[in-house]
Design a protein around this ligand. Structure first.
Ligand SMILES: [Zn+2]
Length: 349
């Protein structure tokens, strides 16, 4: 609200960013000069469980609501950025097999980008949520130098989302599947304990990053193993779903089991970043997800462990930065808006 009365010239224009999640949409407005007109989280229910029609209406409501909140005339909006959880195509068609948030049959193969574009009558630019967060982290970190810089982001959540940004733009790939860093298989030496079973991912791969560095990885792989090493741990008495979610609280209190689990996650991400160092040699490595919301000493320890586990050459170590993704609850909507702004600005060059 504090920025709502920013003075705008009549010639200025804006884009809207809409972040679609399992329970809520989050909306923002970004003006042509790169200023966000919303400084806090603005949410409405996403109703994705009611099917695509309701969900598109809720996104349209989020769009109207954020324009009202910022006193922005509809006529100033040039484009809308949209992000959703994956998997979806580069153009916002939900996977034909469905997805965690979109598991009803009516969602399978649904073109959410096209549907919102038709509903709003404005161009809609799509990114998956991890790519949007990666894009925001990149632009926020590098500011005016963003278009000359590269970065790799790992976002630890239910799964492990990623984003590869080169010269300020998300790398999409031929099939829209670039940056699926969770499913990169990593060397497990230095990550797993002797005798620890090789973790398996929901995608079918063994020993990929997500099988270790995600909430699902904790639940399916890491916690069941570590509870055999700490049989008297209080989490052994909890259902595994609940125990997995409680683990971060234990980590913040330096509980040995939790430290062992999160240390494995950090080392797995370090192995991933080592691969990235030899692939795109980025200017920055960003880390986001639940861990960013943890207590400061804990998230700093986690980031340091990732950094120590990333093997860089001396030249790279001097050139590269490691940082946490800021404003994570708004990163999706803001990244979606950055992509829309870039699409409009690029088109008018
Ligand atoms: Zn996988």
């Amino acid at each position: 609200m504090d920025q709502a009365d920013t003075v705008r010239t009549p010639a200025s224009w804006v884009v809207v960013g809409l972040d679609n999640g399992g329970t809520c949409n989050n909306a923002t407005v970004l003006d042509a000069t790169g200023q966000f007109l919303v400084s806090h989280l603005v949410e409405n229910p996403s109703r994705v469980l009611d099917g695509p029609e309701s969900a598109v209406e809720q996104l349209a409501a989020a769009f109207t609501g954020i324009l009202e909140l910022t006193s922005t005339p509809h006529s100033l909006v040039r484009a809308v950025g949209l992000d959703t959880p994956g998997p979806a195509s580069a153009h916002g068609v939900i996977s034909s097999k469905g997805a965690t948030n979109f598991n009803q049959v009516s969602w399978h193969g649904f073109d959410i980008r096209g549907a919102l574009e038709a509903r709003l009558g404005l161009p809609v630019i799509y990114n998956n949520d991890a790519n949007a967060a990666a894009l925001y982290a990149h632009h926020r970190h590098f500011g005016t130098a963003a278009l000359e810089k590269s970065s790799v982001s790992a976002i630890v959540g239910t799964g492990l989302g990623g984003g590869v940004v080169e010269n300020g733009k998300v790398i999409r790939g031929a099939a829209g599947m670039a940056g699926e860093l969770g499913h990169v298989q990593i060397p497990l030496h230095g990550v797993l304990e002797d005798g620890q079973p090789v973790p398996v991912c929901n995608c079918g791969f063994e020993g990929d990053v997500e099988s270790i560095a995600s909430l699902t990885g904790i639940k399916k792989n890491l916690l069941p193993y570590w509870l055999t090493r700490f049989p008297d741990h209080p989490l052994a008495a909890e259902p595994v779903d609940k125990a997995a979610k409680m683990l971060r609280g234990f980590g913040e209190k330096d509980d040995p089991l939790a430290v062992a689990v999160f240390s494995q996650q950090a080392r797995a991400i370090g192995k991933l970043f080592t691969i990235a160092a030899n692939f795109t040699d980025p200017d920055a490595y960003f880390l986001g997800g639940g861990v960013v919301e943890a207590a400061p000493h804990f998230r700093q320890w986690f980031l340091n462990t990732v950094r120590e586990s990333t093997q860089l050459r001396d030249e790279q170590a001097h050139a590269a930065t490691f940082a946490l993704v800021p404003d994570l609850d708004m990163a999706g909507a803001r990244g979606a808006a950055v992509a829309a702004l870039d699409a409009v600005a690029g088109g008018s060059r």
